[in-house]
Design a protein around this ligand. Structure first.
Ligand SMILES: Cc1ncc(COP(=O)(O)O)c(C=O)c1O
Length: 500
């Protein structure tokens, strides 16, 4: 930043209107020091460099530096240049043009900004948890169990050979190598029918929802979401001006109403592991959903966020792969299989829709992170991704069994939600209807047990909403799980919940 001080001076010197040039420069630099633009104990540019940058003589800069030194704002270190003092002189306040700065700071404090209605709605409904790690944060994998060293080795190798395509804007919907590797992976592991051209790389499912919603619906259109369901979908849809209608789920997943009053443009589902309750969409319901969407010309959006983790029985194939040319758009993510901060997800669209989504994605978000995507592609090609998923399936399977044992032993079987289907990174602890699960979760969080209340996943919050707690088991080892569970039992007792 040292060399940029000239830019600051050029922008602010005209505010100092009285006195000689060197005195005005002194005041300008002093202001920069006092306001913290230039931090204590940092080096000022060499007088010759600053003089050149601001088009004044070197003597002018030297005189300004001398005065700063005389008043204690800087120190000259022989042979090492001029440094801002580590402590600013005590009387600096009296030297500030205080009427300007104090007024401005006060304004910043008091100003209430008006935000849009939809902005307000988003902030009121904001649901992202401030707690993203530890027992029992749902939906977070064990980010430290990832083979970071392998990923880094590949990334370092690739970054030594920078390609122009990796460094410019991308308009390809994500790097081809990653799309190719993903197409292969999705065909085999998720029975998704696709090739690389149908894939658009996103910065996670949230961005995929935004893209699909903006391109395939208009403000005022209707979207159906599962009730209870993922808050991220609902917030994104409302923010894009859609009406959102919650549709009930039961043990077979989403239940399409017999004669809906209004037809939706978009239907969002989590068919392999309904979020948050857990059932998978039965084959009859899958067929019915696709038939309904075909007949009514709406899109089904399949959110396949965590189906890599199924701990017993055979994996459920994707809805997208069930019928040829179905109106299903598939979305997936690396947030659960690798780590959320990677921010890489994907949308798989029917062949004729993919180029439109790709172009829209370029217009809305521009493309990027190409080096990261190429690294991920090689990581998948070399078999590391598959191996990591296999290892994590075992690890999370063990942690899940441990948690279920604790539930059965200390609480009783009735506390495991009946829709649980032995998948994913969380389970739902079912509570009696009379319990205020929001108050319980706040109480537990204060004691360090990070649980989320089930009732908050309902769009229509009323007394009939099921009560429970989401317990994530992936990012916590058995020892910590036991300690947290013991605390949780105390919390349940505090709320007079009858235990075993
Ligand atoms: C059902 C569901 N879909 C999507 C996401 C978010 O995915 P991403 O991190 O790719 O935006 C989550 C995160 O917890 C989720 O639970």
């Amino acid at each position: 930043m040292r060399s940029l001080l000239g830019d600051y001076v050029l922008q602010h010197l005209q505010n100092e209107q009285t006195g000689t040039l060197h005195y005005r420069l002194f005041r300008c630099l002093r202001h920069a020091i006092v306001k913290g633009v230039v931090q204590p104990s940092t080096r000022l540019p060499a007088s010759r460099d600053l003089a050149q940058a601001i088009h004044v003589s070197r003597n002018t800069v030297l005189s300004a530096y001398d005065q700063l030194q005389a008043e204690g704002y800087v120190e000259a270190k022989t042979g090492h240049g001029t440094w801002v003092s580590s402590r600013i002189p005590d009387d600096f306040l009296s030297s500030l043009p205080s009427h300007i700065d104090n007024k401005r700071e006060k304004m910043d404090e008091e100003e209430k900004y008006e935000i849009s209605k939809r902005g307000q709605c988003l902030i009121e409904r904001a649901s992202a948890s401030p707690h993203q790690w530890g027992a029992f944060v749902p939906g977070v994998p064990d980010v430290m169990a990832f083979p970071h060293h392998i990923f880094q080795r590949i990334q370092t190798k690739q970054s030594k050979l920078p390609q122009i395509e990796q460094l410019i804007y991308s308009n390809t919907g994500g790097c081809f190598r990653l799309r190719t590797a993903l197409a292969q992976y999705l065909k085999v592991s998720r029975s998704v029918s696709c090739d690389a051209d149908q894939i658009i790389i996103t910065e996670g499912i949230h961005q995929g929802i935004d893209l699909i919603t903006r391109v395939l619906s208009d403000v005022g259109d209707l979207a159906w979401v599962e009730e209870p369901g993922y808050w991220g979908v609902k917030n994104n849809l409302s923010m894009n001006g859609l009406d959102v209608e919650p549709i009930s789920i039961d043990s077979e997943g989403l239940y399409i109403p017999n004669s809906p009053q209004r037809l939706p443009s978009l239907i969002f589902v989590t068919p392999s592991h309904q979020y948050p309750l857990g059932p998978h969409l039965s084959i009859q319901r899958r067929k019915h959903l696709i038939k309904f969407a075909r007949e009514n010309k709406c899109w089904v959006v399949e959110d396949d966020y965590d189906s890599e983790f199924r701990f017993s029985g055979k994996p459920y194939p994707s809805l997208q792969g069930l019928e040829r040319n179905s109106p299903v758009i598939y979305m997936g993510t690396f947030s659960k299989t690798i780590y959320p901060a990677l921010r890489i997800g994907y949308v798989v669209a029917p062949k004729s829709l993919a180029p439109i989504l790709r172009q829209a994605s370029t217009e809305l978000y521009r493309g990027g992170h190409t080096l990261l995507q190429n690294t991920l592609a090689e990581f998948i090609e070399e078999g590391h991704y598959e191996a990591h998923i296999r290892r994590m399936r075992l690890l999370y399977g063990k942690r899940r069994s441990y948690l279920i044992d604790l539930i059965f032993k200390y609480l009783g079987e009735r506390f495991l939600h009946p829709y649980d289907n032995a998948s994913g990174l969380h389970l739902v602890l079912k509570l009696p209807q009379s319990v205020d699960d929001t108050a319980l979760s706040e109480y537990a969080i204060q004691r360090g047990v990070k649980v989320r209340p089930l009732s908050q996943y309902y769009l229509n919050r009323h007394s009939a909403c099921e009560k429970g707690l989401l317990l994530g088991f992936a990012c916590v080892d058995e020892k910590n799980m036991f300690d947290a569970f013991t605390l949780l039992i105390e919390c349940l007792k505090k709320f007079n919940i009858p235990l075993k």
